[in-house]
Design a protein around this ligand. Structure first.
Ligand code: 5GP
Length: 192
């Protein structure tokens, strides 16, 4: 069993949708709730999508060593995984699943023994279309996210697995198969 599962990739690649489909299909996985300093989107709840923190609170927690990893993302917004989330999920006997941008994902890959990293990829024109359609950010921030997405797509090869998400159903099937095989390694071992 992986110590942690990390799903990464550019903004707009559909990580969130794929993760929701995955946890519905594969038992024993729990998604960590990250902390962020960005504004809450319509419909988001504190403690469900994110822990929404002020910059001051976030930095105090950084100083206290409460984060496994944290980054400053576009527009100066901070995001981070609280160690307490991993402890909570481990106490439930589940495998934590982290949804991270690529910098944090690489840190976890190199810093957490037993971490398995999965990169969700999509074509740039498709990413751009999704971000513009979703319209949860200002035009300026969407532009920044697209520029960063281009750079992040080039990092795909640094992760353990890559899944293309140009076709959602196919991507869900591939991700589910992959994670099932990671969760039950004994099933793939030859019987004596
Ligand atoms: P959004 O603002 O769209 O919710 O998230 C922006 C980016 O931050 C996404 O790529 C998302 O995967 C990433 N992200 C969310 N939580 C964390 C976290 O705790 N750490 C890191 N490194 N990235 C995160």
């Amino acid at each position: 069993m992986p110590a942690v599962l990390v799903v990464t990739g550019p903004s707009g690649a559909g990580k969130g949708t794929l993760i929701r489909e995955l946890v519905d299909r594969v038992p024993g996985i729990e998604v960590t709730v990250s902390a962020t300093t960005r504004d809450r989107r319509r419909g988001e709840q504190d403690g469900r999508e994110y822990w929404f923190l002020t910059d001051e609170d976030f930095l105090e927690r950084v100083a206290r060593g409460e984060f496994l990893e944290h980054v400053e993302y576009v527009s100066g917004h901070r995001y981070g995984t609280l160690r307490s989330e991993l402890e909570r999920i481990a106490a439930n006997g589940h495998v934590p699943l982290l949804e991270l941008e690529t910098e944090g994902a690489l840190r976890v890959k190199h810093g957490v023994p037993g971490a398995v990293t999965i990169f969700i990829s999509a074509r740039v024109d498709e990413l751009e279309r999704r971000l513009r359609e979703r319209a949860t950010e200002s035009a300026g921030e969407i532009g920044e996210r697209i520029e960063l997405a281009r750079q992040q797509l080039e990092q795909a090869g640094e992760f353990d697995h890559v899944i293309e998400n140009d076709d959602l159903d196919l991507a869900v099937a591939k991700l589910t198969d992959l994670v099932r095989s990671l969760m039950t390694p004994a099933a793939t071992m030859p019987r004596r």
